[in-house]
Write a protein that binds this ligand. Sequence first.
Ligand code: ADP
Length: 270
Amino acid sequence: ESTTFAVRVAPLGSTGQVLVLAEDQTERLRVEAVRRDFVANVSHELKTPVGALSLLAETIQDAAEDPEAVNRFAGRMQHEAARLTYLVQDLITLSRIQGAEAIPTPGPVPVDEAVHEAIDRCNTKAASKDITLVAGGTEGLNVWGDDELLVTALRNLIDNAVAYSPEHTRVVVSARPAGEAVEVSVSDQGIGIPEGAQERIFERFFRVDAARSRATGGTGLGLAIVKHVAVAHGGEVTVWSKEGSGSTFTLRLPAFGGVAVAVPRTTSTP
Ligand code: ADP
């Protein structure tokens, strides 16, 4: 890690003395580099499906006499178009929330409802791999947040758990009160994440295995979205993982009303 200074030297009148101003530019340069990388990554990620689409369109023209081939290529075009759609959707979600000062429509969100809605949206994909999705401990807990963003974050975590797990496994979504917060965890019995990569997976477009991520329909933005949703809520997301045995992602969110434990109603006796 190097440090960069911008140095300015100004004479102090005619005293013969000079004023030296040194300003640390390291952070500004780092932010600029991250932005440049992001633009380059977005361009590359957009160009790939567009390139594939135009190639497939050409191939279809050449194969016009072969209905079976036309069918196959049309299917692949749909696949590439869907990928482009997911990517654009994720980019829009990310740009809406990153750096946001506040969440769009805050309110009390029942954890149970958010978890079940997220599970519903992942059911088809889970069923196709015979992965069982189970939820537990979510009843009676409420967080303070934007329900749509929270469902998106949970869905991204469950989606990943399914994508990076072998067939016939379980994904468990559980919640528990933790002081002024609620912790929602998504645990899988999947491939796990190498220790050296665990810190980087929340970066935009970082993937442990790019080919695998693309094959499962990943955009590389899912966890960046989860992180920004957590931060926008004043919460955080953490990961525990062991290669070959599974991962647990934990979303920590502020409890509605400041306390996560349900307060029993006291009945006043006269
Ligand atoms: P992607 O679209 O590639 O899944 P994400 O931002 O959601 O993008 O995740 C980044 C990377 O983190 C993935 O490419 C994968 O390598 C790793 N990852 C995320 N979730 C899991 C998980 N539950 N198990 C194993 N690896 C995971």
